[in-house]
Structure formats: structure tokens, C-alpha cells
Ligand binder design. Structure first.
Ligand code: GDG
Length: 470
């Protein structure tokens, strides 16, 4: 494969391996926002994508799928357990989400993280053209920027952090805190979701490494004086076009009506859509809703909560426990309140095609996003993009990145169960004129700041750094 001008490095490749019933292997592009965001860039320049194919012990040569150049990274069963499920998802993920679950610190997990990050970095360094650009994504690969720079000082390096960055009091727990900061500072531009994340990162750099920090710029000591690194918020968004197209389809609208019908046509449908993850505040939401029913402020004949909890990280202990807890409370509430014709919570531990998700967004009068901590939360933006009818109300946790932008949502602190109950009642009772006033303003924001605007602003910042180097 020829060297690429622009190389994306992410834990996962943007394709899924599907084996058809006659044994034929096909690669289907996964519908994530990142692929859509980068597609125009990948097509306009010579682009390649480095990532894991999602299956252990799968050794694959670089290949092209749907016009994308893909460079697969192989991970052994043990590396999946230690680098991915271990260090990424059971150390960094809970620590960076404010220790909602206790982070596990294991030296062998760290060793595996270093080894795997080096493998990604070497693949990127091999793939990128002279003076090309490498864009690294997310917390699984925090050491890659520094490693790529050591191998290829000629290239421009960007890093985007999709999850929160914690306050120093928490970050300081990490036994490898200095190594991780140095790893990230290998980039020219480090993008975060919220201004607060960038502030916490810069404070950690100042306190731990004593590097000079001025505004959003860090002076990183280098062989020739110092190297400027920009650390700043670039809030991510969604590709709005598939949502706009789907809501215009009569069959999707008919499906939304059918969903309402099949739930006994309640007056109000509340909806939660999340990966089944302890950061998403699913338990808090269910508790608040259960209390509203128990207190008689809501009646099961009038409201139903649909909770889609798509399966996630099922081999990590904290996720196994969370699932048990949620399923216990759902069945308790349903057992206490259901009638033959009406259910309190329609709980779906399944993933659905996007068409069905949009039908659900259209069927829902109230969208509940009650995360305890969330980098951005794209579900909130997808709901807004889908409400071309300017109806519906969004209850949104102030601990999401989305809360910085979506000012017309009903803001909640999900830890405050009484406040959450009042917010749900405000949403349930909101009149159509007020819904429409708020939704128009929310839609304006999401449609103007879509994922293409996001990638363009990040890449502009990267180009500005590059031109300073030149
Ligand atoms: C991380 C950060 C940040 C979920 N279930 C189904 C399904 N989904 C889709 C949603 C949405 C995506 O998955 C989830 O994105 P979120 O942003 O809500 O959350 P994370 O997965 O935690 O993502 C987050 C994001 O990165 C981007 O930077 O916003 O803060 O944690 O698109 O729709 N999609 C389909 N079926 C499902 O059952 N089709």
C-alpha cells in the first residue's frame, strides 16, 4: 500500500467483519459518526485508517473496503483482556468518569497498554507519507502521539479525546499519570469535548510536569528550544443527514405510530437510549420514574418508559453487576405497577438498526439523558436532529458535554432524585408551544454544528500549527 497523506488511528476500524451463510467474508462500514465526519477528508486526500478489527487473534493484511484504506492491528486474546477490557475500560474509563466505579490498577494491564499503543504507533508511522498528518482518537491510545513523534518527527499529529478528562485530585491517582501526559503531549493539537476538560488537562500538565502553560498553549521542552501544543475544546457532533432523511420517510413515521399503538397508546412516552454503562445514569432515571409512579404523580395507563440498553463490555465485572441491578429494579417496578394492558418500563437489552432508533426518537415525547458523566452524549443530539416536527422535550444532565451547548434542554443533576422527578414532570407536562420554542433553538444549534463542522474546525487548528512549523 502506498503511503497516505492523512492517517486516522482509532481503537476500532470503521468496518465490521460479517461472514455470510455461504461463508463469504464481507466488511460492512459501521454507522459511527467518526467515519461520516472523516469521510470527506479521507476522500479528498489520500487517507488510511489504522485500527483493530474487533476480533482477537485475527491477523490481516492491509486492505481496501468501500474505498477506504484499512490497516488492521492484531490483538491477542490476552491483549484484549489486558489492554482493552483491562486498562482502557476498567482503569482509564472509570477514573476519567469521576470514579463512578472504582478503577482497577494493575501493572500488567499497563504493560499491555504500552505494548499495544506501540503497535498502533508503528503502524501509523509506517503508513504516513513524508510531512503527512496523523489523527489519533481516544483514551485507548493516549501514548500513541508521543510514540509516533519519536518515530516520525516530520508529521503533524492531532489527538481527540472523546471522554471527559478528570480534575487533578482524581487524575493524580493514576500510577502512570506522568507517562500518560507525556504521551498526549506528543500531539500538536489535543482536542477535548468541553472547555472544562481542557482546563483540567492543562492544570495537570502544569502541576505534574511543570511545563509552561499560557492560555490554551503548552510549551513542551524539545531538543530545539520548545514545541507549542494547543489543548482546547472541540465539541463533537453528529452527521445529521441520515436522521433528516429517515424522519422524512413515511415508513419510519408509520413505525413510530405503530410503537405507540403497541404500548397501548399512552399519553406520554419517555425514552432512554444508552449503552448499558454505569456512566449513563440509567439506575437514577429508573429510580426517579419508579417513585413518580409509586407516589401517584404519574399513572401507568398514561406513561411508559422505553429503555434501550444496548449490550456493552459484557466481560467487565462492573458491567455484569450493573446489568443485574438494572434488571432487578425494572422487574420490581413493572411487577408493582403493570396492568394487563400497560407496562411501566419496556426494557430492551438489545441493539437496533438506525431506522428503528429514529422511529423511537419520533415516538418519544420525552428523551431522558441522565448521565452521571459523559464526554458529549450523541443520543441527545440525535433526538434533536430527528424532531423535524419541533416537538418533544429533552431532559439533559448537566454532567454531559452536550449540556454546554444545548441550553434550551431541561437541565438536571441526576444525583438529585427529587430534582430529576420534577424535571421529568416538567417535560411530561410541557405544552406544545413551549416544546416548539425550545426545540427550534436546539435544532438550530445541532444542525449548524454538525460533525463536519467539528472535524473541519479541528483540522483547521492542526493546519495552523503545521503552517507555523513550516
Ligand atoms: C463516547 C463518549 C461521546 C446506542 N445504542 C444503539 C445505538 N447507539 C448509538 C447511539 C449513539 C452512540 O451509539 C452512543 O454515543 P454516545 O455519545 O451517546 O455515547 P458513547 O458510546 O459512550 O460514546 C461520548 C462519544 O464517544 C463521541 O465522542 O459523545 O460521551 O462516551 O450514536 O445512537 N445505535 C444503534 N442501535 C442501538 O441499539 N443503531
Amino acid at each position: 500500500m502506498t503511503a497516505a497523506e492523512f492517517v486516522v488511528v482509532a481503537n476500532r476500524l470503521p468496518v465490521d467483519r460479517v461472514v455470510s451463510h455461504d461463508g463469504e467474508e464481507i466488511w460492512r462500514t459501521s454507522p459511527g459518526g467518526l467515519v461520516a465526519a472523516l469521510e470527506p477528508v479521507m476522500r479528498s486526500v489520500d487517507g488510511a485508517w489504522v485500527g483493530w478489527a474487533g476480533q482477537a487473534d485475527l491477523e490481516l493484511e492491509p486492505f481496501v473496503a468501500n474505498d477506504l484504506k484499512l490497516i488492521p492491528i492484531a490483538l491477542s486474546e490476552q491483549e484484549v483482556a489486558e489492554y482493552y477490557e483491562g486498562f482502557a475500560n476498567d482503569t482509564i474509563w472509570p477514573l476519567y468518569h469521576d470514579v463512578i466505579a472504582p478503577p482497577q490498577y494493575h501493572r500488567e494491564w499497563w504493560d499491555s497498554y504500552v505494548t499495544v499503543n506501540r503497535r498502533f504507533a508503528e503502524a501509523a508511522a509506517d503508513a504516513v507519507a513524508p510531512k503527512g498528518t496523523v489523527w489519533v482518537h481516544d483514551y485507548q491510545l493516549q501514548l500513541v502521539p508521543e510514540m509516533v513523534r519519536a518515530l516520525r518527527p516530520d508529521v503533524t499529529i492531532g489527538y481527540f479525546h472523546h471522554i471527559p478528562f478528570p480534575a487533578h485530585g482524581l487524575y493524580a491517582q493514576l500510577p502512570w499519570r506522568d507517562q500518560v501526559l507525556r504521551g498526549l503531549l506528543g500531539a500538536d493539537v489535543i482536542g477535548f469535548q468541553r472547555a472544562q476538560d481542557a482546563t483540567y488537562f492543562l492544570a495537570a500538565v502544569r502541576r505534574r510536569l511543570q511545563y509552561g502553560v499560557k492560555g490554551s498553549m503548552v510549551d513542551v521542552p524539545a531538543e530545539t528550544g520548545s514545541r507549542p501544543v494547543l489543548a482546547k475544546a472541540f465539541p463533537i457532533s453528529i452527521d445529521t443527514s441520515p436522521y433528516l432523511e429517515l424522519v422524512a420517510k413515511p415508513e419510519v413515521r408509520a413505525r413510530a405510530a405503530e410503537i405507540r399503538q403497541s404500548l397501548g397508546n399512552p399519553k406520554r412516552i419517555l425514552l432512554g437510549v444508552d449503552r448499558l454503562d454505569y456512566t449513563k445514569g440509567i439506575r437514577h432515571r429508573i429510580k426517579a420514574y419508579g417513585e413518580l409512579l409509586a407516589e401517584g404523580r404519574l399513572q401507568v395507563e398514561d406513561v411508559t418508559l422505553i429503555q434501550v440498553a444496548s449490550p456493552s463490555r459484557e466481560r467487565v465485572d462492573a458491567y455484569v453487576h450493573l446489568r443485574d441491578e438494572i434488571e432487578l429494579s425494572v422487574s420490581r417496578i413493572n411487577g408493582d405497577t403493570d396492568t394487563m394492558g400497560h407496562t411501566a418500563i419496556r426494557y430492551l437489552h438489545q441493539g437496533f438498526p438506525r431506522e428503528e432508533m429514529v422511529a423511537l426518537y419520533l415516538a418519544a415525547d420525552v428523551m431522558l439523558v441522565t448521565a452521571l458523566r459523559d464526554g458529549m452524549n450523541l443520543v441527545a443530539k440525535e433526538y434533536i436532529a430527528s424532531r423535524a416536527d419541533n416537538r418533544g422535550a429533552l431532559v439533559l444532565s448537566e454532567f454531559t458535554g452536550a449540556a454546554d451547548e444545548l441550553r434550551q434542554a431541561i437541565r438536571v443533576n441526576p444525583h438529585d432524585i427529587e430534582g430529576l422527578k420534577d424535571a421529568i414532570m416538567t417535560a411530561v407536562e410541557m405544552d406544545p408551544a413551549e416544546q416548539s420554542r425550545r426545540m427550534r433553538s436546539l435544532r438550530k444549534r445541532v444542525l449548524e454544528h454538525d460533525v463536519r463542522a467539528w472535524s473541519a474546525s479541528f483540522l483547521d487548528a492542526l493546519a495552523a500549527v503545521r503552517s507555523r512549523h513550516a
